[in-house]
Design a protein around this ligand. Structure first.
Ligand SMILES: Nc1ncnc2c1ncn2[C@@H]1O[C@H](COP(=O)(O)OP(=O)(O)OP(=O)(O)O)[C@@H](O)[C@H]1O
Ligand SMILES: [Mg+2]
Length: 291
């Protein structure tokens, strides 16, 4: 007699035939994606195609125009306490006096910020302090977490904000360009940290990224968005000359360098848009390190 088959666990995130409209315009449609517990997904594509908008749909702040979106078994936004979020391009002005640890703590009780909470006992305050110290340590920010955040560098602020997104032990972590403004060693370090959180603690990570290379080794799934369309699948399925040529309707070549990096040549994106993030020579001029 055949052994009884284990039922498939419910996916943590699922999109079926999803389309999104902003300002009366459909950004993309027909997106199918399933993300399981502990899977690491990258959302890639040129500026303005709707990557951040996809994150907003998963957060439940923007309804899908078509199709079905499920997050942790319910409607997006229904279990917001279990979803950590790092918005795109956040930075604190030099005059901001709030300490890094206080910014991290906002992730726990942001809704009560600045208001003394009656009845929040000593034990809870102590537990909160310990959790803050734990996530600050986890992201490697202990050395500067007690400084005013406005005096931390962009990369240091980034780590503190990742700690803020992690503090409630989310089951889903939505990160919109978390590697933005980090140098290459820090991109690799944060990617490795997120890979560990994802695979060891079974947190499902969805990360919008500009460059796939720092995260390539950790990735389980990729969503590539182009104007009007999107493809989703494993990196080996999606990041190929054939798939990207079909998606962008223009010849695109995916090359793999001897050290395993991917180079996408011919991607329809103005390289100048990202010259601030890709200052090294050889990645501009129509060639583009994948992402
Ligand atoms: N509320 C809105 N009303 C009208 N258009 C909008 C609105 N929000 C976003 N858009 C437009 O939708 C498109 C997609 O925006 P989105 O922020 O998702 O792009 P993105 O892929 O994240 O780009 P980037 O790489 O620059 O961050 C853009 O053209 C943007 O101008
Ligand atoms: Mg964006």
């Amino acid at each position: 007699m055949a052994a009884a088959k284990q039922p498939e666990p419910d996916p943590v995130l699922s999109l079926r035939g999803v389309a999104v409209r902003v300002g009366g315009r459909t950004l993309w449609s027909g997106v199918d994606l399933t993300v399981g517990a502990g899977e690491f997904t990258a959302v890639l594509g040129p500026n303005g195609v709707g990557k951040s908008t996809l994150v907003k749909v998963l957060l439940g702040v923007l309804p899908a125009a078509a199709g079905e979106v499920r997050v942790l078994g319910g409607a997006p936004g229904a279990r917001s306490g279990a979803v950590g979020y790092l918005p795109q391009r956040r930075s604190f002005d030099a005059s901001v006096r709030i300490r890094g640890v206080d910014v991290v703590r906002l992730g726990l009780d942001g809704d009560r910020w600045g208001i003394p909470v009656p009845g929040l006992g000593r034990a809870r305050r102590q537990a909160a302090r310990e959790r803050v110290a734990e996530v600050v340590e986890l992201v490697g920010a202990s050395a500067y977490a007690h400084r005013p955040i406005g005096q931390c560098s962009g990369g240091e602020q980034q780590r503190l904000l990742i700690a803020q997104a992690l503090i409630r032990r989310p089951q889903v972590l939505l990160l919109d360009e978390p590697l933005d403004s980090l140098d290459l060693p820090n991109q690799s370090a944060i990617a490795a940290l997120l890979g560990r959180i994802c695979h060891q603690e079974q947190v499902s990570v969805v990360m919008v990224a500009h460059d796939v290379n720092p995260i390539l080794h950790h990735l389980d799934r990729v969503v590539y968005i182009a104007e009007g369309g999107a493809v989703a699948g494993t990196p080996t399925e999606v990041i190929t000359s054939e798939t990207l040529t079909r998606l962008y309707r223009t010849p695109i070549e995916v090359l793999r360098t001897s050290d395993g990096r991917l180079v996408v040549v011919g991607q329809p994106e103005a390289p100048a848009l990202h010259s601030d993030r890709h200052p090294e020579p050889g990645t501009g001029g129509g060639g583009h390190v994948a992402g």
